[in-house]
Design a protein around this ligand. Structure first.
Ligand SMILES: Nc1ncnc2c1ncn2[C@@H]1O[C@H](COP(=O)(O)OP(=O)(O)OP(=O)(O)O)[C@@H](O)[C@H]1O
Ligand SMILES: [Mg+2]
Length: 445
């Protein structure tokens, strides 16, 4: 009621009118509130119906048997799977749960009743239920049902036929076994592949020292024949003049001079073979037992000599190596690396009219840097990213395995260094090894 509508001296008719107006205002207000509530109610109702339909369809789409009971363990609701598995035609609703449980069931109706009283759930227990085709074992889970006021209103059971579980389990077992078999085959295939790679690598590494030993052994055999000829002449009692002639003819002085060199060559080659075998042992035990300070310059000289002495060509070589380039590592492996790089350079210069090999090594900012450069054709940009890949080769079958640079790369990285390749147009290829210089007094663990 507005104060200006009730002045003290208003006419009685006026007063009635004002009262009516107020009542009508109130009725309007109440009416619109009612309409609002009605709309809200309808919305809630339809949401409720949707939720109901969703639950019902989830309930019915489950393959597990779902049975909801009240507090007296009488069935109040069940899904389609339960209806189809446990009753032929007759509805389960309203039946006592006890009617479904077989007398010899591991979980009895008494147990279920106790669980309900104690508000306890059941997990994966065996239960035998009566079905139209006889008693069947199920695995059952149960939970306590509560109403909106959180009061216990019954129990829900979810049962799964054990036969189906067993089938699923057997299938899983079969899949697992075939997976295991496939895995064993894969491991075996990988083992064979890495064995093949190892054998190829070893053959590659052994090739050089063995041909070195072989070459020197042939020279020694030639020397032996000459010495034999000379010794026979000596024993035959020739005159000193005749002996001097035979000695000259057979180059006995040169032979005697070179004997030591050939023997040293054989010894060096044999030592290299021994190192490779030791490497193989190390390879199988995967231990860095042979790490020690070593001079990369000396190793490089040896590696270059080895390769050039067996390559069968005259290759102009420039060595620019400063002294005392100590690094920490496995000298045999580092020699292998440099030999591989030199061998690649020699191969690359196969058809180069004036082949020239340049090896330089120096120390800079705590790093020892060694370069192997050639004046061969180099390599194109498209193959540059792949030359360190195992088995990448542009050489004909039987000539290269493509493992050389892959082994070099791994070995240099294992020594804490880097290996880089660059190709300079019109000049050739250059491979750069950078290794941490060995600081005296420090030894890697
Ligand atoms: N100095 C180089 N000049 C030009 N190309 C090179 C040079 N060094 C390596 N390459 C290229 O890189 C490829 C891979 O070299 P890598 O040493 O790994 O294998 P490979 O020499 O072909 O065979 P392997 O060393 O196993 O006998 C070579 O085939 C070649 O194409
Ligand atoms: Mg190679």
């Amino acid at each position: 009621m507005t104060p200006d509508r009730t002045p003290e001296h208003t006419h009685p008719m006026e007063e009635d009118r004002a009262t009516w107006l107020t009542i009508m205002d109130k009725m309007d207000e109440t009416w619109s509130q009612l309409v609002g509530q009605q709309v809200e109610l309808e919305q809630k109702n339809s949401a409720l119906e949707e939720a109901h339909a969703l639950i019902a369809s989830v309930f019915d789409s489950m393959s597990d048997l779902l049975i909801a009971c009240d507090t007296t363990l009488r069935i109040v609701r069940c899904n389609r799977a339960a209806q189809e598995a446990l009753a032929s035609g007759k509805s389960l609703i309203g039946q006592p749960l006890s009617a479904l449980i077989a007398p010899d069931s591991p979980i009895s109706i008494e147990t279920l009743s106790r669980r309900l009283t104690d508000r306890q759930r059941l997990e994966d227990q065996g239960i035998t239920l009566k079905t139209p085709s006889g008693a069947q074992p199920f695995s059952v889970n149960s939970a306590i049902l509560r109403d909106s006021h959180h009061r216990v209103s019954g129990m829900v059971l979810a049962a799964r036929p054990l036969g189906e579980l067993r089938r699923a389990y057997d299938e899983l077992d079969r899949a697992h076994k075939s997976l295991q078999q496939a895995q064993t085959q894969l491991v075996q295939a990988e083992k064979m592949a890495s064995l093949g790679r190892l054998v190829a690598g070893v053959a590659h590494e052994l090739n050089n020292p063995i041909s070195f030993v072989y070459g020197n052994a042939l020279t020694l055999r030639r020397f032996t024949r000459r010495i034999e000829t000379y010794l026979s002449a000596l024993h035959a009692g020739h005159t000193p003049e005749q002996l001097a002639t035979i000695r000259r003819e057979q180059n006995i002085d040169i032979v005697l001079n070179e004997l030591d060199g050939s023997l040293a060559g054989i010894t060096e080659g044999a030592e290299r073979v021994r190192d490779i075998v030791a490497d193989l042992r190390r390879f199988s035990s995967e231990r860095r037992a042979h790490d020690a300070p070593c001079d990369l310059g000396q190793i490089a000289r040896k590696a270059v000599n080895w390769v050039l002495s067996t390559c069968g060509r005259d290759i102009a070589t420039t060595l620019d190596i400063t002294s005392a380039l100590e690094v920490e590592g496995h000298s045999g492996q580092l020699q292998q690396v440099i030999m591989n790089l030199v061998q690649n350079a020699v191969d690359a210069m196969d058809t180069t009219p004036e082949p020239h090999l340049r090896i330089s090594a120096h120390q800079q900012n705590g790093q020892v840097i060694l370069e192997v450069a050639d004046n061969g054709p180099g390599f194109t940009e498209d193959i540059a990213p792949r030359i360190f890949d195992p088995f990448f080769t542009t050489k004909p079958v039987g000539k290269g395995t493509g493992l050389g640079l892959a082994i070099c790369y791994r070995t240099v990285h294992e020594h804490g260094g880097t290996l880089q390749a660059r190709s300079i147009p019109e000049q050739g290829a250059c491979m750069t090894i950078t290794l941490p210089a060995h600081a005296p007094g420090e030894t890697a663990p």
